[in-house]
Design a protein around this ligand. Sequence first.
Ligand SMILES: [Fe+2]
Length: 267
Amino acid sequence: MKIIQVTDAHLGRRGEIRFGADLHERLDRCIDHINARHGDAALCIFTGDLTEAGEAQSYADLRSALARLSVPYRLLPGNHDRRANLITAFPEHPVDENGFVQSAFDTPEASLLFLDSLAEGRVTGELCDRRLVWLDARLGAAAGRQAYIFLHHPPVELGLALLDPLGLEQPARFVELLRRHGNVGHIFFGHVHRDIAGTVGGIPFSAQRGLHARFVLDLVGEEVVEQAPPTYAIALIDAAARRVVVHNCDFLERWPAYSPATGQRVE
Ligand SMILES: [Fe+2]
């Protein structure tokens, strides 16, 4: 199963240049690239910060951009989003019984679970009791299959002084729940605008820097962003083999290319 992760699109006002980049243009090019190369993906998951300020117009813009995406998609809110405006713009998008933007994508071998970690008014993320009850039930329903978790906020300290206080609140509660079920194969998140991989509670995780400017790698705490090339991720998942491979695709980058056979430059 091929899954695409796109994170932190941060759509704001049309024509706005933020940190030197037009985020609408980036999203359009990202969609072009996915359509051209990965139209066979089962699903494309947008892991939050869909918009910069949660404005209704930004979700309308997102909806019209996504109309061109040839792969089915799911959306998760991030701290920059507003749940009500998201749901209004995407009324057919699944939500859970409490109105959180949580849903599942089930196959005979796997269950992909999409979590809503938005805490309106806070930068940090929250998985309240109701959201965890939903997750607990879905993980239970996935017993005997592999489960893969998608959320915006990192449920793990990353060693980044500025970003670590802005992650998921009470991460141990969440990680313990995953561990108790014992069938979670990978956690995918965004929020940190960096490419990071590791494990938490023995469960592998990965984050993508996404479409927005990247935070400078600074383990002490200087707040700077740099205009690194945007990226999306391609996850190749074989649940039966318990194998997950995550590739980053820097879709706007063009590097000089050479033929390995001749050593000559090729276009
Ligand atoms: Fe973000």
